[in-house]
Write a protein that binds this ligand. Sequence first.
Ligand SMILES: Nc1ncnc2c1ncn2[C@@H]1O[C@H](COP(=O)(O)OP(=O)(O)OP(=O)(O)O)[C@@H](O)[C@H]1O
Length: 375
Amino acid sequence: MTIAVDVAKRLGAFELRAAFRSGERLAALFGPSGSGKTTLVHLVAGLARPDAGRIAVGDTVLFDSAAGIDVPRHRRRIGYVFQDARLFPHLSVRSNLLYGRWFTRATEGEPNLDSVVALLGITHLLGRRPGALSGGERQRVAIGRALLARPRLLLMDEPLSALDEARKAEIIPYIERLRDEAGIPILYVSHSLGEVARLAADMVVLDAGRVVAQGEPLAVARRLDLLPAAAEVEPGRFLDVVATRRDERYGLTTLVLEGGEIVVPDLDLSLGQSVRLRVRARDVMLALERPVGVSALNVLAASVGTARPDGLSGMEVSLDCGGQELLARITRRSFDELRLAPGMAVFAVLKSVSFDRRFGEDADARPVAPTGGSP
Ligand SMILES: Nc1ncnc2c1ncn2[C@@H]1O[C@H](COP(=O)(O)OP(=O)(O)OP(=O)(O)O)[C@@H](O)[C@H]1O
């Protein structure tokens, strides 16, 4: 089902003029704080009224200023999951779940209590009150309540941002199931690129009230020039390197930094030229000895700095690489097995790198005209 939005709304000094269309099961609205994400979902939900424009979900027009259509909020059938679960504390989980249902009539094939609690793994919680649930469990109940109101669209506004890393990791698989099994399109607001990359097939990037890019999340993220400067991009670090050799035969360029060399497919660089590489944490593997017989061409000597959980199932390890910082994302198990500790000498194996400048068009990532928006 396609969500089609083209709206203009002024709020004091802030002006939202945003247009996008997405047919994916889960589309993410991504952008830095203050870019207008919440304002946009309020307009879709009917919590605020656009100054002008059109909003449609599938064949249903929810708002059309030109045609004089403005479906009231309670008739839009839009489920809304907020950052905090907003459950009724005096009601059991079961009663909270059924609350939204009172307003709609049951139709065959639509979600029922049994299927929703099974989908979200909350069957064993039905008799409890919200005060006796973890943050992740409360959020799953809030999602269940929204689903049981039989929405035509589910809006999720930073549903994980109030949770700690362990709870986030616990709830993400349920959101994936929801996306794949519930048959309801989801518009998912986030300013975490990691979250968006994992959940969404389509990412709409907002910056200062405008849609500035849209596309497959990792393709958009590879084009750093399409992301707002303040956006939280996938964890990684930049390395400053110098082009020193070209290998005509294999079409490779060698880049040098203290700690080693990086060989990349031929870049149009002159020898001696400096370039800045972006190395994503998930493209860095760690070894205690210099690996031999691996296909990756790039092995750098480094020493371990600090390490912290990455919020999913791994660890982010910072490395000192000849005075420059690299970040590696590895599994917690590898972290324990390698017995990594600050100051330890290791070798970083780089699986791939990208460049902080335009170097060719990416078909899946497209900039959007900055004037997007209605009248
Ligand atoms: N009622 C209002 N009157 C004036 N300005 C407002 C009003 N509501 C929001 N704004 C401004 O509109 C801008 C967009 O706010 P919005 O909450 O949509 O951003 P956001 O992208 O959701 O941010 P965050 O990620 O921090 O939630 C902000 O600059 C905000 O201060």
